[in-house]
Design a protein around this ligand. Structure first.
Ligand code: SF4
Ligand code: SF4
Length: 244
């Protein structure tokens, strides 16, 4: 049996996953499927180092842009938590937005209104963002652990165990140390073939659960636009006390 044959089981599981996700009736179904596929991938690639308290991909520019439907689940989860934790979430959101306001606006517009930057040096703008966010962490990262693990977004679930198509390139969707460790593994194996689910397929399905035309945004932006007074609310506050 060749090396590649041993991955046929995983390839078949992923194909089934592509079919199953089209039948998903709620985001939770998608999340369950992603967790299952992530475990399968790690079973076939046991050297992948992702674990619960591994936070590099929760920092800097790695932090996810998420949809309204995903934030709704997070908000529901948060509002069930004790007041003291909600207060801390509000405090973190305010701090984040006051520190990184300009970078957040640029990032938000680049993703939601890219036409505005037609003809500009996009590579340069993304470099600026990477630099601006280099010291940041997701507001939900608590002592190197995800504070909203049961409702973490789809992107977080697929980090480290999926591929992502960007333009014409298909890349391993992971942090730099893992990309280089995978590169070494493939070199030793003598094959460049990587059998992993493609994030873009699941991203499309996640988007389908959203109201039409709704934005995607980073967690600090979602949070700050759902604070009224000092409390989290399920209504959108268009004039948060730290203006965006
Ligand atoms: S992708 Fe990298 S930083 Fe993220 S969990 Fe996996 S090993 Fe850790
Ligand atoms: S939601 Fe959790 S897993 Fe995702 S970036 Fe934030 S802390 Fe990390």
């Amino acid at each position: 049996m060749s090396e590649d044959d041993t991955f046929e089981g995983l390839a078949a599981t992923i194909t089934e996953g592509y079919h199953a996700v089209q039948e998903a009736t709620c985001l939770e179904d998608v999340y369950d499927l992603l967790d299952y596929l992530g475990d399968e991938v790690k079973h076939y690639y046991p050297h992948i180092a992702c674990k619960v308290n591994c936070p590099v991909c929760c920092k800097g520019m790695h932090q996810p842009m998420i949809t309204a439907a995903e934030f709704e689940l997070i908000l529901f989860y948060l509002t069930e938590l004790p007041d003291v934790i909600q207060d801390e979430v509000v405090r973190r959101a305010r701090y984040y937005v006051s520190m990184y306001r300009d970078a957040l606006i640029l990032q938000h517009n680049l993703v939601n209104n890219p036409d505005k930057y037609a003809g500009q040096d996009l590579g340069g703008l993304y470099k600026t963002l990477t630099q601006s966010f280099r010291e940041t962490s997701c507001p939900f990262l608590v002592v190197d652990r995800c504070g909203i693990y049961p409702v973490r977004p789809a992107k977080c679930r697929m980090q480290g165990n999926s591929l992502a198509k960007v333009g014409d390139d298909v890349r391993f969707n992971s942090c730099l140390p893992e990309i280089s460790s995978m590169d070494q593994y493939l070199r030793e194996k003598g094959s460049r073939r990587l059998t992993m689910p493609l994030w873009n397929v699941f991203e499309q399905v996640v988007t389908l659960f959203n109201p039409k035309e709704s934005m995607v945004a980073t967690l600090p932006v979602w949070l700050i636009t759902h604070v009224v007074g000092d409390k989290l609310t399920d209504e959108v506050n268009p004039n948060p006390s730290v203006n965006l």
